[in-house]
Design a protein around this ligand. Structure first.
Ligand code: PLP
Length: 495
């Protein structure tokens, strides 16, 4: 790919003056860049996109648009491959590793079962996510419970079902867990979440003494928190936890953070503070980056695992302490690349835009979804890519912005993409890499029903999360169905 930043003269006559430097016109605006698409994505003889052997038009005939399609085998393979990478990397140093799937990336009972099949645990961060994991049959001891404001009823539920680990985030939470374990006479294992001062995002990481964010204890406060946990007779301390951010490329941030956290870990080891069965644990969180566009080149998971685990092992050797059991919590890198959202194109218009190089045209392609099914572009300025899904286009690449149907000018799905000139109303458009943080962040903005999630494998498709209908939205309106008291579930009211 030509490096546009190093070359002020557009290398390609098709390059739009409005295109960002990282995006150049593709040779073929129908190509499917493997890193960005699910493993099974292809084009069939008619030029239609297929996933797991099912053509996009067939999926849309059955499930409508928009629809979030998940390549089940791709998710399962990524889960297995991730666990294998960390287990193998730890084994080379005589250690062990565990992988928890971060359910917040996208959780349903089916997904949770795929994770159990691949021998992963599941992380949850609310009563709702916990109930989904339990309903899926996730063994409670393989559940990790996160959150900076776990409410009392949530902690009571987690402790009563016997979740494997609660990752504690505040002094108040420690007291709550102490009180609940004493009252119910149940033991509970905990990790202490620390804020290492390292925050990583994509290509950069920031390392400060103190980070200004709500999660975790500072390293100093963590030491006091561990001392307090040791006073609680039914609470077992297993180790430290640190999560440095999301969509991270490379290992630099993880290595820096691990070095900082291991200094405290070693002190705790010396003071014999680890009381949980199975020995000390060090959980380094998730955050492994994926490709959203052809400009992203994420590090393969085995390389990441080796780089991180080797660095931890080296630090342990320097400090003369045994390698703890290592734990990781990827979400995005397991489900993100396996998802594709299918939309139908509705309207198209070109807008003349004044730029530094004169006036250029931007083509707006409107689809029948938007920020209600993918909030990431509006929320984080995320970049995505797109391709025609019902056929191959025949026109030259035209810089396009894919927008939704919401009454909001920030309702953008794909900010910049080259699509064939002949894109027309009624075409199906596919946006890849939507498996993570799209369905979970979906809303009913403008009273738009949330789309179904469909898993595809071996030529067959099934709904794993039902789509909403207008009736679902009306059902909550007390002016239609009569005012009712909000039924508070047992225990919820006391938090
Ligand atoms: C969000 C989160 C994860 C998962 O992050 P991904 O970027 O999806 O891998 C893991 N651990 C914690 C504590 C998180 O908050």
């Amino acid at each position: 790919m030509p490096d546009a930043a190093a070359d002020p003269v557009p290398a390609d006559p098709g390059q739009s003056a409005l295109a960002p430097g990282w995006l150049t016109p593709p040779e073929d605006p129908n190509d499917l860049v493997p890193a960005v698409w699910p493993a099974s994505a292809r084009r069939d003889g008619d030029g239609a996109l297929t996933i797991a052997g099912i053509a996009a038009p067939d999926l849309v005939r059955r499930f409508g648009t928009p629809v979030l399609v998940i390549d089940e085998d791709d998710v399962r393979t990524r889960a297995r491959r991730t666990r294998r990478a960390f287990v193998d990397a730890a084994a080379r140093h005589g250690g062990t590793a565990r992988v928890y799937y971060a359910g917040k990336a996208f959780l349903s009972t089916e997904i949770a079962r795929w994770m159990i099949d691949a021998d992963l645990g599941v992380d949850v961060c609310s009563a709702g996510e916990l109930e989904v994991a339990l309903a899926a049959g996730v063994p409670p001891e393989r559940i990790g419970f996160h959150g900076n404001n776990k409410r009392v009823f949530e902690l009571e539920r987690a402790i009563s079902v016997g979740v494997g680990t609660i990752i504690v985030d505040s002094d108040i939470e420690i007291e709550r867990i102490g009180a609940i374990t004493a009252r119910t006479d149940r033991r509970q294992t905990v990790l202490v979440r620390v804020n290492s001062g390292v925050h990583a995002e994509t290509h950069h990481f920031l390392a400060t003494a103190h980070e200004d964010q709500k999660f975790g204890f500072t390293l100093e406060a963590a030491e006091r928190a561990v001392a307090r946990i040791r006073e609680l007779p039914l609470v077992d301390f297993a180790g430290l936890h640190c999560h440095i951010g999301s969509q991270i490329f490379g290992t630099g941030g993880f290595r820096e953070s691990a070095a900082r956290v291991l200094e405290l870990h070693a002190r705790l080891q010396e003071a014999d503070m680890f009381t949980a069965e199975g020995g000390p644990v060090l959980n380094l969180g998730g955050g492994f980056g994926i490709a959203y566009t052809r400009a992203d080149a994420p590090t393969p998971i085995a390389e990441l695992a080796d780089g991180i685990v080797d660095a931890v092992a080296e630090q342990c050797a320097v400090r003369g302490i045994p390698l703890p059991t290592l734990a990781f919590e990827p979400g995005r890198s397991i489900v993100g690349p396996a998802g594709v959202t299918l939309y139908e194109v509705g309207t198209i218009k070109s807008v003349a835009v004044d730029g530094p190089a004169g006036t250029a045209e931007r083509r707006y392609v409107s689809v029948d979804g938007g920020m209600s099914d993918n909030a990431r572009t509006a929320l984080y300025g995320a970049q995505y890519s797109a391709r025609l899904a019902s056929r191959e286009g025949v026109g030259a690449p035209v810089l396009s912005r894919v927008v939704g149907l919401h009454c909001e000018s920030g309702d953008v799905v794909v900010d910049h993409e080259y699509l064939p000139a002949d894109v027309a109303p009624g075409d199906l458009l596919a946006v890849p890499a939507t498996g993570a943080y799209c369905a979970p962040l979906a809303s009913n903005y403008n009273h738009v029903p949330r789309p179904p999630v469909v898993a595809v494998t071996g030529g067959s498709a099934r709904v794993i999360v039902r789509g909403e209908r207008i009736e679902d939205l009306l059902a909550r309106d007390a002016g239609i169905h009569g005012a009712a008291d909000h039924p508070v579930a047992a225990g919820e009211g006391e938090a």
